[in-house]
Each structure stands twice: as C-alpha cells, then as structure tokens.
Design a protein around this ligand. Sequence first.
Ligand code: DQA
Length: 144
Amino acid sequence: TSVLVLNGPNLGRLGSREPDVYGALDHAGLTLAITEWAAALGLSAEVRQSDDEAELVHWLHEAVDAQRDVVLNPAAFTHYSYALRDAAAQVTTSGLRLIEVHLTNPATRERFRHNSVIGGVATGTVAGFGTDSYRLALSALAQA
Ligand code: DQA
C-alpha cells in the first residue's frame, strides 16, 4: 500500500526552525525516517512538503483519485484552512483514511493552536510525539 505523507508550511525548515520546539532533524532526515518506518511496516510512503495551500489541496485531490491513504501535517493551516479541511473531507468520505499528525501537542501551546479545523474530518489524530508521531500514524494505517 502506498501512503501519501504531506507536510504543510514551514516544515521544510525543520532542523533550523525553533529546534527546541520542533527538534533537530531536518526535512530530508524526516523523509528518510518515514520511508524506512513505512517499509518496516510493509507500506510504501511518498513524502512531500509545500508552503502553498493550493498545492496541498491538489495533492489531497490526487490522493482521492489514486485511492491512497494520507498522513497529513497541515502545520499552521491546521488552525484556519477551510480549503484544506474540505479537501481532507473528500479523502475520508471516499472511504480512504487520513491521519492528522503534529510533532508537538498543540493543546499545550498557544491558544490559537488549540483548534484544528482538520480534526473533525480526519480518521484520527496523533500529536505530541515528535517525529514518532509519523511512525505511530503509519502504524495505525498498517493495522487495518
Ligand atoms: C505543527 C503545529 C502547528 O501549530 C504549527 O503551526 C506547525 C507544526 C506540529 O507539527 O507540531 O507548523 O503542525
């Protein structure tokens, strides 16, 4: 099974972006880790990152058309992008699974991070385990 792993805005800056909050691993390192975790779980993962809301929306449409499950870290779009929410809803209403992931636990952070407009249309959410959040999401997808 081929899973699409989509990372939203500023996640391409991992490693140099607030490393005390988001960790020292850069996006290339995260991509490698995700690829290896997926393989160990009998999945294959394709990792993409974009700062562009429209591109993320198109990638979610692509997942629907290609019938692929999705792991999505919507980053800041989590908190306000109804366009991303509507695209994510098309994934789950078409019978595919979409796991929302976060490196940090947004519930413990600033108030504006407490609301996710994605959570209500996701299959489930994994947050707060650093890069392990992705491994846990993949493992949930591998279970079913
Ligand atoms: C994040 C949490 C968001 O609030 C933030 O805007 C991010 C990363 C996380 O992975 O912890 O960019 O999605």
